[in-house]
Ligand binder design. Structure first.
Ligand code: G
Ligand code: G
Ligand code: MN
Ligand code: NA
Length: 250
């Protein structure tokens, strides 16, 4: 049973941590990007999955300070890796629609970038397809502004949001992430194929998430998927463990 007071304590006491899951480029086989994924190291309950607390954080509004913490921590960590001379990679941060809807979403991001001194080209924002569909017009404007700052934008869980393509294509994004349910249907890959060819026609990058088998990977590489992510290549890892992987990425 969680409450907002637990959230506030957890933030104060540094109980939230980020894990990092690599995204590999299918051409070079190198890590191109890393997705930051939050966990809650609860003093009594142990590690709590975001599936259990992100929905409540969204309902209660706690996602606003929490999301800012995630962004700051991910940017800080990536800048620290770069300062240590590790091969540079982009860090991808998940943003809830509730965050995107804040009037100060763009100023908040600018502030975090200025504080952490991460160059914006090394930051990617992942927004779910369904998240984008709320208060659409202002979202289009905000994403355009993010892009003009040099930040990458991807649409997460693509194919699950039931939105019209015509509408979606007004969002000027860099990449679509094929939802893992479609990756897991491979070799019955009608939807994955459709998303890959859509991306090719539009000049967008395409990323497959939830890749678990060699068969899925070979298929995706052959059909022109740009990046892959999933348990086949690596689970989300604590920062120190991911760092060792990154060291070998030259
Ligand atoms: O890491 P895991 O697969 O357990 O994540 C489960 C869900 O929680 C995924 O949908 C993921 O996008 C979401 N999630 C993980 N970290 C964050 C975060 O920092 N912010 C938001 N908004 N969602 C997150
Ligand atoms: O919604 P989003 O794409 O942000 O979700 C990320 C979540 O997916 C993380 O919780 C991560 O643990 C999970 N995940 C990452 N790779 C795989 C995979 O290969 N298979 C499955 N089932 N889940 C994965
Ligand atoms: Mn994601
Ligand atoms: Na996803």
């Amino acid at each position: 049973f969680m409450m907002v007071s637990d959230f506030n304590r957890a933030l104060r006491e540094n109980e939230f941590v980020l894990h990092y899951q690599p995204r590999y480029h299918t051409g070079t086989s190198k890590i191109q990007c890393v997705e930051a994924l939050i966990r809650w190291d609860h003093p009594e309950s142990g590690t709590i999955s975001p599936l259990e607390f992100i929905p409540l954080a969204e309902e209660t509004g706690f996602i606003i300070p929490l999301g800012k913490w995630v962004l700051r921590e991910a940017c800080r960590q990536n800048k620290a890796w770069q300062d240590q001379g590790l091969p540079p990679v982009r860090v991808a941060v998940n943003c809830s629609s509730r965050q995107l809807q804040q009037d100060d979403f763009i100023p908040m991001i600018k502030e975090v970038i200025a504080q952490t001194r991460l160059s914006p080209e090394w930051l990617e924002i992942e927004i779910t397809e369904s998240g984008l569909m709320r208060s659409e017009h202002t979202n289009i404007v905000k994403l355009r502004e993010l892009r003009s700052l040099g930040i990458h934008i991807s649409i997460d869980d693509f194919g699950t949001g039931y939105s019209s393509l015509n509408y979606l294509m007004q969002f000027d994004v860099h990449a679509l992430k094929i939802d893992r349910r479609f990756v897991q249907q491979i070799p019955n890959a009608v939807i994955a194929n459709t998303i890959i060819s859509l991306c090719r026609s539009l000049g967008l990058n395409v990323i497959a998430e939830g890749v678990e088998t060699v068969e899925q990977y070979e298929y995706l590489r052959r059909y022109g998927c740009d990046e892959v992510q999933g348990f086949l290549f690596g689970k989300p890892l604590p920062a120190k463990t991911f760092e060792m992987l990154l060291r070998k990425n030259e």
